[in-house]
Design a protein around this ligand. Structure first.
Ligand SMILES: [Zn+2]
Ligand SMILES: [Zn+2]
Length: 255
């Protein structure tokens, strides 16, 4: 089954969960972005592979981009690796763009050197511009782990989606955002405040960022267990008067 042809930049929310959850059906971070037949995936957290595979045939993906090396953002690459190795004869390969060290971590999990390389063609993220067929990807470093990134994805008409990854300082995202973009931002600590030892965002930080960068829309994600969705959205709306939505798996947006 090939990817459904799309005529515009679209976002499919595959997973929007944080590292743990009490919500049945919660899926780790994963976002499918398509323009025409070009498809990339931003992150592949826990439980995301089955939902991805029910949305399009995964070997048709042009590239998987991993924002940082926390397992809630990459662990289903293990399932993807097995799928490519055992579902096809000969095995298929997919391009994976990730922080340094991903291959070693996955291989170590299996205690099997070469496990990743059997089907995952892993290359390092470079900041700056990368064109993947019809999609343009720009990456920048953000405050979280020592090697964490946010991404802006745009199609031929230049309209963009900016994905924060996990991010502890909202101003890090300013260099990626253009007025009118859709901002897909983590809001781990809901209405806030963010504890001093946590490197994440809350609603007030995201709302202030959205207002000063003049984004067209805010999509909120990665809300941790125990925070109220309505209060979280309200904390963004206090600072930003455009459309705001807390996303769930299965949601689709035209960017
Ligand atoms: Zn995370
Ligand atoms: Zn993280």
């Amino acid at each position: 089954m090939a990817a459904d042809p799309q005529t515009d930049l679209t976002l499919d929310v595959i997973g929007a969960g944080p590292a743990y959850s009490d919500r049945p059906g919660s899926v780790g971070a994963s976002y499918l972005v398509r323009d025409g037949a070009t498809a990339i995936v931003l992150d592949l957290g826990q439980g995301s592979f089955p939902r991805l595979a029910s949305t399009l045939e995964p070997s048709s993906i042009d590239a998987v981009l991993i924002s940082h090396l926390h397992p809630d953002h990459f662990i289903d690459l293990v399932a993807f690796r097995h799928y490519l190795r055992w579902q096809f004869h000969p095995p298929r390969h997919v391009r994976v763009i990730a922080p340094e060290g991903l291959e070693h971590r996955i291989d170590a999990l299996h205690d099997e050197p070469g496990f990743s390389a059997a089907t995952l063609d892993i290359e390092p993220i470079s900041t700056g511009v990368l064109d993947i067929d019809r999609l343009r990807v720009e990456a920048c470093r953000v405050t979280h782990t020592a090697d964490s990134h946010a991404f802006r994805v745009s199609g031929p008409d230049g309209i963009g989606l900016v994905y924060s990854g996990d991010c502890g300082r909202a101003s890090d995202l300013e260099r990626l955002i253009r007025p009118g973009d859709t901002l897909l931002s983590e809001v781990s600590f809901g209405p806030g405040p963010v504890p001093q030892d946590a490197v994440h965002l809350d609603g007030p930080a995201g709302g202030a960022l959205a207002a000063r960068t003049e984004v067209g829309r805010v999509l909120l994600t990665h809300l941790q267990m125990g925070f109220d969705p309505s209060a979280t959205i309200a904390s963004v709306a206090d600072r930003f008067d455009g459309p705001i939505e807390l996303v769930d798996p299965g949601a689709r947006f035209r960017i």
